[in-house]
Ligand binder design. Sequence first.
Ligand code: GLN
Length: 202
Amino acid sequence: RPVIGVLALQGDVREHAAMLERAGARAVAVRRPEELAGVDGLVLPGGESTTMSRLLGVFELLDPLRERLREGMPAFGSCAGMILLARQVLDGRPDQEQLDALDVVVRRNAFGRQVDSFEGDLDVTGLDGGPLHAVFIRAPWVEKAGDGVDVLARIPHTSEAGAAADRIVAVRQGTVLATAFHPELTGDERVHRLFVGIVQET
Ligand code: GLN
């Protein structure tokens, strides 16, 4: 079983760990550089990207994490995790750190107040078994994706966030996967299985 870390500074760590275990990995919490060094891949959970960015500095994880990502460690970010992995954030805090592991520009809290949180079914490229039920909580979207980035899902026109139709909400670039929504909250482990598969192939 691959050993997959969950960045455990803040956010919904336990939910990700449970889903990783169900998807066939051994999940471990990562708070220290030594713990990061021992994992085959890393999940960056949802939470608050500005807080997590600050805590990455406090826990002296920022440089080691950037280094491992540069070396090709697989990573999966959901929501705030997607924001952290991005090259650039719009509507972020000026001092917010970017890990620059995904060639995307994300907009933080992009869906606005009317649809702060919403749910809906998404077609996700690469997932068999029909649409995925997705939960969005003060979610970002991908405003711009580079040429090397595969777009895996967009907001459908039938969504209750219909004004955001066609906005990109799941991407993959090589071994880095990111979703604007929270696949750890719905009991459907297909996204985590996809990530465990990426880690196994790497
Ligand atoms: N709005 C949060 C942020 O900016 C993300 C919300 C989430 O992860 N559920 O980081």
